[in-house]
Design a protein around this ligand. Structure first.
Ligand code: ADP
Ligand code: NI
Length: 222
């Protein structure tokens, strides 16, 4: 007889396969390894929270399928694909609803204008996703993303513009270094969970140190 655990493992395995295939063509900041890291970090944070670890893992696996960037700006297509996929593997309706809520509300861009009540699953997975944009990995992703969209890594003539609206953030071309001020250094104060905050403090300090060294080298002094 199949136990709940078996059924959950089955859903997780099939979902991981679906996600790997779906993200095959994604740039390196959003590839399967991003999902893999977010799943691990989310699982780590979940241990300190009253939350269903299965649901956290499932949401972590699916969180970027809903991303508008992969669907020509269409914010409905991702959630629709996820729902269809989960239905096709007979996932219970109550779980599909919770996943839907998380994938719709997780992104930084999505959080700029909205004030949604966050489920605990959303809080954990959002912290893990934000942590992946911070620290050594976050720095690597920012430079990789800049190469992907063809922006410079630094230009002292383009000043950073923090506090952008959702629309401005979506269309603006900036630089990797500006991205620290427009997003990466702001992430620490938006963490939802205690465990997430502790990890964020460490990664934040590392980014500050990195910037210090960067400017020294830029000025020929480091
Ligand atoms: P996430 O997938 O974590 O919700 P995004 O989709 O906004 O975040 O961005 C994916 C990765 O690319 C992140 O590591 C982010 O910091 C980086 N990134 C996004 N926009 C820019 C940008 N304009 N310049 C440099 N890096 C960026
Ligand atoms: Ni992500």
């Amino acid at each position: 007889m199949k136990t709940d655990f078996d059924l959950q493992q089955n859903i997780l395995e099939k979902t991981a396969e679906f996600v790997k295939i779906s993200l095959e063509k994604a740039e390196s900041g959003h590839d399967w390894w991003h999902i893999w890291r977010v799943r691990n970090t989310a699982t780590h944070i979940a241990k300190a929270e009253q939350v269903d670890p299965f649901l956290v893992e499932l949401c972590a696996l699916l969180h970027d399928i809903g991303d508008y960037k992969f669907h020509d700006g269409d914010e409905e297509l991702g959630p629709k694909l996820i729902r269809e996929f989960l239905e096709s593997i007979q996932t219970p309706k109550s779980i599909i609803e919770k996943v839907d809520d998380v994938v719709r509300n997780i992104s930084f861009k999505g959080s700029l204008n909205s004030h949604v009540e966050k489920s605990i699953e959303l809080q954990v997975v959002q912290d893990a996703d934000r942590l992946d944009a911070m620290g050594a990995i976050g720095i690597a992703r920012a430079f990789s993303f800049s190469g992907y969209i063809g922006q410079s890594f630094y230009d002292p003539n383009i000043p950073p513009k923090p506090g952008l609206s959702k629309e401005e953030y979506k269309k603006r071309k900036s630089t990797s270094i500006n991205h620290f001020y427009e997003k990466l250094l702001l992430l620490k104060d938006g963490m939802n969970t205690k465990a997430g905050r502790a990890l964020a403090e460490e990664r934040h300090r590392f980014m500050e140190l990195y910037l210090e060294q960067f400017y020294k080298e830029w000025d020929g002094e480091g």
